[in-house]
Design a protein around this ligand. Structure first.
Ligand code: DC
Length: 227
């Protein structure tokens, strides 16, 4: 369905668990585009740092790691619900990047300017190839301000915590809703108050509230915007 009148670079930003990845994945599928969830790069660096027992407060060491780490995001090798493989070195860390200790530390890692510089440059290079749906926090504002279509997907913290909680339960993990909600609010605070590339809608972004729409409705709405 690739057609010259369609936007080639589509940026989807928004807070944690607002439905960005679900939207990005299905939109890319419908358009025959590449789906690139940039959050996995920050998660992968966080996972590597934790697995090396690094002190995450050591900004210089974490930045060096982000500059040197070999992270690869590839088409999915397994049908276990993943949208892609995340590879660090030779190891498949796709599900490791979703673990609670990564979840709890990734905001700190992603606030470091040097980490952002290293990862944004890689994201930009990939995004400029076009025919891509890129999902993140700063795609429309910093990584690819020239994106042809920018969507900012929002939802209340309570609704997003409910979704994250259900996701964890479905994966067989233990979860407590109040705890999940606390973490969502804390992550919002860090993501939107950091000095570099804070979470905010681009001036020319279409703001959608996914509280009031289900995933299918959000997708259909964005497909209309693409036309
Ligand atoms: O979308 P996610 O939950 O996988 O993102 C993980 C973390 O990475 C989140 O705390 C915000 C950060 N992130 C970012 O700062 N910029 C991006 N483009 C994508 C994610």
């Amino acid at each position: 369905m690739i057609n010259n009148s369609l936007p080639s670079i589509i940026a989807i930003d928004g807070p944690a668990a607002s439905g960005k990845s679900t939207l990005g994945r299905s939109l890319a599928e419908r358009l025959g585009y590449l789906f690139f969830d940039t959050g996995v790069m920050y998660r992968a660096i966080t996972w590597i740092a934790l697995s090396l027992d690094m002190d995450l407060r050591d900004e210089a060491a974490v930045t060096k790691l982000a500059e040197e780490a070999q992270i690869d995001v590839r088409p999915p090798s397994k049908q276990d619900g993943r949208a892609f493989d995340v590879i660090a070195g030779n190891r498949d860390i796709t599900w490791d990047t979703r673990a609670a200790d990564v979840e709890g530390n990734v905001s700190v890692v992603s606030a470091y300017p040097g980490v952002r510089r290293a990862l944004s440059a890689q994201q930009r290079r990939i995004g400029l190839r076009g025919s891509i749906v890129m999902v993140g926090r700063d795609i429309g504002t910093v990584v690819l301000p020239e994106a042809d279509l920018k969507v900012y997907l929002d939802a209340t913290a309570e609704e997003r915590a409910k979704r994250r909680y259900n996701e964890l339960i479905q994966r067989g993990e233990k979860a407590d809703y109040e705890e999940v909600l606390k973490k969502v609010i804390e992550r919002d605070r860090i993501d939107s108050t950091r000095a570099v590339a804070p979470l905010r809608p681009a001036d020319d972004a279409m703001i959608l509230d996914s509280d009031k729409m289900n995933a299918e409705e959000v997708l259909e709405h964005v497909l209309e915007l693409c036309k």
